[in-house]
Design a protein around this ligand. Sequence first.
Ligand SMILES: O=C(O)CCC(=O)C(=O)O
Length: 240
Amino acid sequence: MIDIDWSKFEKNGYVKLESAINLGLVNKAIEECISLRNNHDDSRLEFEFETKSKKQVRKIRRVFWSNEEYWLNFLEKSGIKELVMNKIGQGATLVYNAIFFKEKVFGSKIAAHQDQALWSFKYPGAINVWVSFSNSTKANGCLYGYPKSHLNPIKHAFQKNYEWHESINSKNLPKNKIDITTQPGDVVIWKRYFAHGSYENRSNDDRLGIVFVFVDNRVKDFKAIDSFNLKNNNDRLEKP
Ligand SMILES: O=C(O)CCC(=O)C(=O)O
């Protein structure tokens, strides 16, 4: 079971949970991530490559849906499923999932953003669960964020020299930036309007993390591109 202070999460918009996940489970998951990275032919996965070196993978989306059985087991054994179901309830549904590879020397930054601004649909009550699969520091591209920024949406637009997605212009960012350094097995969870980003990696240490976005599918007009309901395991895995 993962121990969490939900009042801290509600107050600051995020919380870091140290040593939340067993390292054996983390090491197996790293192997799975590396094998996915080396298998560019899996059509269920969406790859994004670094611009400075097209060989370097920056991000893989839809990882969960490439091997539901494996990742469901990860969510169960790690305690993430229980954590999320306790907070969201019976409607807890995974809608987004991606691995962020921030490889040594080539890893690029993720510009500051609020996740809700980048999603196709509104997800009130969404919880983003980010699992650290490596040490991460400012030098190799750790996350950073702005406590209490979750209370208001901030304007997003395409910024000069950052083509990946809309982000927040530095002049509109709050002044209370904090670096969120992590160790393997740490978990960071945040709310949909928590402003955050991550640094580039010019160091000699890889940085690896995976994110799962959980929402409540009982909200009116629920829509999702991909979805996996945690309560009934999508009725899929029991089928022959
Ligand atoms: O892993 C990272 O570097 C960034 C993660 C992130 O920004 C996100 O999942 O929204």
